[in-house]
Design a protein around this ligand. Structure first.
Ligand code: 2YC
Length: 277
């Protein structure tokens, strides 16, 4: 899991409206609309629930400690999708206690290993990696005009790629898995299609060949140059939760609105919707 830096996130709040417009251009849906698509709910039914929810983001000092602007950025994204969100005055246990004492409906907090959302009334728990995987599968589905029956290359078989692959299969996709750690790809294939030779879950042995054969890619690796320019065409659609982004500026320009990538927004939006279902 890549640890974000202040530089990664400090511009997010001021660019949320512009990002929302680019999502509309690339997927036909807003940030909230994609999150609802990921959770199989209609935006209209969610708007009231999100507006009625109060959430507290609790900074966590454990491990490598607080990332400047992280909690404030999560709260800004939550406010953007309609939730009344704030950051607790204090971190850790005091912040958690304050959330309960002030009647918050949900909290969000992240240490070095887990970024979790918890509904304090329903006890629903949502993990950021699972939410992010679902979010980007939904974004790819929308960019592709529906992925059912289509071939998708999933790069990166960690928690985000795993959850994205599950969601893509659920939506009828046919996936090819790649991970530079071959056992990780094999283990995920076994989990997704236990024992079967399910033709809907294949393993890529060579990434360059796999990229040459796929127009739909879900890039969930921590590599900064996972998709070389010579493997990108204007017809491709790439949903890229991986941090850092695996494409060059040239690659991004070739894809134009055929690329969705962010560092926090889509995952946090799906966490918010999941907690208010
Ligand atoms: O400011 C704080 O409360 C810190 N404890 C937050 C640490 C977040 C560490 N995780 C990450 O940087 C990202 C997550 C947003 C998802 C994967 N890595």
């Amino acid at each position: 899991m890549t640890r974000l830096t202040q530089e990664d996130i400090c511009h997010i709040p001021s660019r949320l409206e512009a990002y929302n417009q680019s999502l509309l251009a690339g997927t036909g849906r807003s940030l909230l609309g994609i999150a609802c698509h990921a959770c199989d709910v209609q935006p209209q039914s969610m708007e009231q629930r999100l507006a009625a929810a109060s959430m507290v983001v609790v900074p966590v000092t454990a491990g490598l400690g607080i990332i400047t602007d992280f909690s404030q950025t999560v709260a800004a994204i939550l406010n953007f999708v309609g939730v009344a969100a704030r950051v607790s005055d204090k971190p850790d246990a005091a912040g958690l206690a304050q959330a309960y004492e002030t009647g918050a409906d949900a909290i969000m907090m992240a240490d070095d290993h887990t970024f979790a959302g918890i509904n304090l009334n329903t006890r629903v728990v949502v993990d950021n990696a699972a939410a992010t995987g679902r979010a980007y599968a939904a974004a790819l589905d929308l960019m592709a005009g529906g992925i059912s029956g289509k071939d998708i290359l999933v790069m990166g078989c960690g928690p985000v790629g795993d959850n994205a692959a599950q969601r893509l299969l659920f939506m009828g996709g046919r996936i090819t898995l790649f991970d530079c750690r071959i056992p990780a790809a094999q283990a995920l294939k076994e989990r997704l299609a236990p024992g079967l030779d399910d033709s809907r879950v294949r393993l890529a042995t060579d990434l360059d060949t796999a990229l040459s054969r796929h127009l739909l890619v879900l890039e969930a690796t921590p590599s900064g140059n996972s998709i070389p320019d010579n493997r990108i065409s204007g017809r491709m659609k790439v949903a890229a939760p991986g941090v850092p982004l695996g494409l060059s500026d040239t690659g991004c320009q070739t894809l134009k609105h055929g690329l969705v990538h962010d560092k926090l927004e889509l995952g946090v939006a799906v966490m918010a919707v999941s907690l208010c279902l």
